[in-house]
Design a protein around this ligand. Sequence first.
Ligand SMILES: [Zn+2]
Length: 192
Amino acid sequence: MATTRKKKEEHCVMHPSKENTLLCLNCGWTQKIDMPISIPMFGAITKQFGKEHRNCPKTWQLPEPPKFDAQLTKEQRIQQWLTTGRRGVSSNTMLQVIERIRCVNGSTSHPWDPSDFNRCHLLLQAVPELREGFPLLAATSKPWKALITHWDELTAMLLEEQRTKQYGSMYERMRELIDGVPRGKMFDKQPA
Ligand SMILES: [Zn+2]
């Protein structure tokens, strides 16, 4: 009994991109929960939300995150990115080192700032298989090694900064990883 009821409310979830927000995947309704909140109160709100949306019809679709075109082979997606992608030295370096495609004019480089990182991130979204070659990149330099080791952390920071439009801490974190400069010592004044 309990399991059937639970199943019925599986479309009631925590919002994947909005903080502290309940989401009904059937109708798209959201309920923001103000934090801090006691656990019993949190439970009561989610329970009530589930109750109200238990039988609501499927009329809404969560917008799909951009995905790579699975119809295309890895080689085709690389080719597509080479012609239409947002390329920079560091993302070109990824391809050159991992896939041995000569596409860097001059010297290779790691990403220096969040914009560079973003171009690498976009390349990885188009060609996720490149992740398998991360050890090759990490072997090329100390900064690459540090960035690769913290890639998921940096990706989360990137998406968070893009979402909130509050920039600064990711740059500092990158500099910290690249130069070994402790966070907070980078600027005389903290960036606004
Ligand atoms: Zn609903």
